[in-house]
Ligand binder design. Sequence first.
Ligand code: PGA
Length: 251
Amino acid sequence: MSRKKIVAGNWKMNMTIDESNDLINELKEVSENNVEIKIAPSFTNLYNAISLLTNSGIEVIAQNVHSEKRGAYTGEISTEMLKSIGVNTVIIGHSERRKYFNETDTILSKKVKAAVENSLNVIFCIGEELSERESGNHFDIIKNQLTNALIDLNNIEIKNIVIAYEPVWAIGTGMSANNHQIQEMHEFIRELINKKFGNDIADNIRILYGGSVKPNNAKEIFSLNDVDGGLIGGASLNFSDFHSIINAANG
Ligand code: PGA
């Protein structure tokens, strides 16, 4: 089974418009046939990023979306708004959204459903806290996060989903999970998908790893059997690091 690798940069709450333009101008020429490259700038930089990256090999994606179509939800952004500027993919369920913005599995499953019903692709993030791993509950946590969010999806809708396994203790800490922990969890996730959606979908779904992916560990992480690329935070803010990570995914 050959699954095309994805390298997605999550810029989080970083980059003014000028800083964003500078980085995009460096990234613009990068294109690797064997890798899908994506960047997730802040909402204020999305439209501009899309204009600058037209006809490049890079997709501009959003970091969040609301589940309601429109209405009195001050400060929120709808699927329709994203689509109207040319965004086709959104990150949902990042651990920072769960932790700092109280996004529960119920909220996240509504967001996922709204996104796929409006033909958006989703990078859906799951990951356990350090205490959950230390107490041996990490498989249960991942199973719950995954099933709670994807429970309502049918066999067509699931094809819009990419999963990102991001152990919370590895995000922004410089302490990546080790290769054994990563492969074991990715295999477990693929098996869960297999049980619910069947072999064909499980074989084809992409499962990214996120959490302190850097130029010096990207290649070995991406070479693991069930790892189909990465969701990159800190290292995506710097051209040379992000470029090295893209190259690592290119094989
Ligand atoms: P990091 O972040 O690469 O800085 O650890 C990953 C993420 O939050 O997606």
